[in-house]
Structures are given as C-alpha cells and as structure tokens.
Design a protein around this ligand. Structure first.
Ligand code: KG4
Ligand code: ZN
Length: 354
C-alpha cells in the first residue's frame, strides 16, 4: 500500500510517500532559520509558513516518488491513502496539514488517516529495520518526554510523560540562556564536546515511584550555577534572561557537557529501569533529542551486558518528518483496524493518544 503523509505539527513542513516500509520520497522544509530570530517557535509564524510551503512540499514529494510529471492532480492513481498528523502539536500548524490532507483525500476519493505524532516517533525505527515488539519507546522531542510500552502497532501504554519542561525544551531553554542559538539541542551537543561532563555536579531528577519526567529543576540549577559564577544578572534568573557577560569558552563547554550529562543520565537510567521492571528487552529511542551524540553513546553502553538492545532511527527520522506519519497510516490501514473507505471522521477532534 502506498501512502502520502503530511506533517505540520511544529516547525517542519513535510510530505513523504511511503510504500510498505520503503520511503519513496521524504521532503522536509525546516522553518528553523525563521524562528531562530525569536529563539523559539512562534506558533503564528509556523502556521503561516506551513500555508506558504506545504503545496510545494507535497508537489516535491510526489515528483521525487513518481517522477517529474507527477502532481496532485493524479494523486488518486498514485497513492492508496493520505495520512496526516492529527496531534499533538500547535493547533494552527496542525490545521494547515489537516485541511490539506482532507481536501486531497476527498477530491480523489482516498481514505484519510489521522495519525498521532508521538506514535510516528515511536514506530519510525520500523522504516529502517524490523524491530520485534513488544519494545519500550523513549520519545524525546521539543514538546514531549514519554516512555511508552509498544505492545504491538496500535497497542500502547504510556508509562510516564513530561511533568514540565520536555527534554528538548530544556536543551533549548538552557541554550537560550547561554546564548548558544536555536535550536538549542544541537548547539549544546556541539559545545559539550569540548567540555568535561563531571565539571559540575548537576542533579539527576529520577523521580522515584513514577515513570514521569521533570527537567525544570535541572534547568534552574544550570541558571543558578551560571549566576553564582558571576555571569548573569542575579535576581533575574529566568530562561529569557541571557547571561550578561560573554561566557568564557571553557566555562561554557563545561556547563554544556555537565548539563547534557545530567539529562542523558536521567533518560538512560529511567528507561533501563522501566525496561527491567516491565520485562522488555528492546528499547527504541525516537524524537529530535534522539539525535544527541552523548545519549546514543550512553544508551549503547547502558544496555551492554544486560541482555538489552537499543535502536535509534537515523537522525533524519528522529526529527519531525512525514515519512513516519505515512508509515503509521499505512500500517493502520493494512491492519484492517480502520475501514479503508472512511479511515477517520474528517471532523474528528485533535486528541492526545492516551
Ligand atoms: O522531534 P522534534 O524534531 O520536534 C518535536 O516534535 O518537538 O524535536 C526537536 C527537539 C528540539 O528541542 C531540539 O533542540 C532537539 O530536538 N534536538 C536535540 C538534538 N537535535 C535536536 N537535542 C539534543 N541534542 C541534539 N543533537
Ligand atoms: Zn516530533
């Protein structure tokens, strides 16, 4: 089955064509440069940019999959269904993708499948390798930190989730405070390579007794550390208030490395404990933060000798993309759990998945 996927939940405008497990095309138009000036995603700007870019992105995905002459006009004979990100995400941004997908599906009489964005991150690894279920998925993105037991495609149990700042969000906020630019995750990842991970003993918020995550205390600890070292305006320690004086390179690198280590240790430790507790031997990590070099290293080390395996999708399938959305749509249609004639009620509300 061949499915056109559309993803517009945040700041990536993306369309892809997937056939079974094969990605025929995947186009991602990132808005990062436009949001960088504001050091974060501006929802109104994101919606407008999706509106401007989505038609060309869909056209490019169809041409890349089926050749230069392909267009939305002959969509009906090229694909079997249209899948789109139904939520969670920025409402205005989601609506652009939903309306586009719905219009295309209705105009060509194709089934329409609304996909949960997090389900996309949890299953994306399936586009590059067969990973036997059940597995434990750690989804770490700009808006979410979730531990999900994937029993089978379509059967999920959310064990824990973000209580405050998500993992990616805390990278972005700390980077903003340190004036490292946006998005913060890759900037901290780069800067940390020159620093010592044991330079500052930041807290590991393990939250015993729950699989939930909370990173806002760690964020505050970083801000206080920078302030106490005399680099920030005391009393105005807020993420939006950047370090006042230019931070020495070595100090900055040590703070980045130590902060990153604390986030990574927390994510790895909790995930390994959850895997043990639920008797699951396979771990899959997805979402933008899964691109983090240190997280990959420490997971690989953490599973060694414990009878566990960990899989990461390639970085381009960790960050937001429509291929994972098309893939989930394809699996759901093929499973027969939704009718091919009318996969979703087009007026269905955008909901979370658990
Ligand atoms: O999954 P994603 O592309 O979008 C959302 O669904 O939110 O994740 C984006 C997040 C951003 O917060 C970004 O800073 C973070 O992923 N990120 C990273 C890295 N690359 C992207 N965080 C840490 N290290 C990285 N290398
Ligand atoms: Zn995402």
């Amino acid at each position: 089955m061949t499915v056109l996927g559309i993803e517009t939940s945040c700041d990536e405008t993306s369309a892809a064509v997937v056939r079974g497990r094969r990605i025929l095309s995947s186009i991602v138009s990132s808005q990062v440069e436009s949001h960088a000036a504001f050091a974060g995603v501006v929802p109104e700007l994101a919606s407008r940019m999706h509106m401007e870019r989505l038609p060309a992105v869909i056209a490019a995905a169809l041409c890349a999959a089926f050749g230069r002459r392909a267009s939305v006009r002959d969509l009906g004979r090229r694909v079997d269904a249209v899948a789109f990100t139904q939520g969670p995400g920025l409402m205005g941004a989601l609506l652009v993708g939903k309306v586009a997908a719905q219009s295309l599906a209705e105009a060509h009489g194709l089934p329409l499948v609304g996909v949960n964005h997090l389900e996309g991150h949890a299953l994306a690894v399936g586009l590059v390798r067969r990973v036997a279920m059940p597995y434990l998925a750690l989804i770490v993105s700009g808006g979410h930190t979730e531990l999900v037991l994937v029993r089978a495609a379509g059967r999920y149990r959310v064990l824990g989730r973000t209580r405050d700042d998500a993992a990616g969000e805390v990278f972005d906020k700390v980077a903003k405070f340190l004036r490292l630019g946006y998005p913060g995750g890759p900037a901290v990842d780069r800067c940390a390579r020159e620093g010592r991970a044991d330079a500052v003993d930041f807290p590991r918020p393990l939250l015993p007794g729950t699989w939930d995550f909370s990173f806002s205390g760690l964020k505050t600890a970083v801000l206080y550390h920078v302030r106490d070292a005399g680099y920030a305006d005391a009393g105005r320690v807020r993420p939006a208030v950047p370090a006042r004086r230019r931070l020495p390179r070595g100090f900055l690198a040590d703070v980045c490395a130590s902060f990153q280590e604390a986030v990574v240790d927390t994510l790895v430790e909790k995930t390994l404990r959850a895997a043990r507790c639920h008797g699951v031997r396979t771990i899959v990590v997805g979402g933008g933060v899964a691109a983090n070099r240190r997280l990959r290293e420490k997971f690989a080390r953490g599973v060694r000798g414990r009878g566990l395996r960990v899989h990461f999708p390639p970085p381009e399938l960790c960050t937001d993309n429509a291929a994972m959305i098309a893939y989930v749509g394809e699996r759901r249609l093929r499973s027969g759990r939704i009718s091919r004639r009318h996969a979703v009620n087009p007026s269905m509300a955008i909901r979370s998945w658990a």
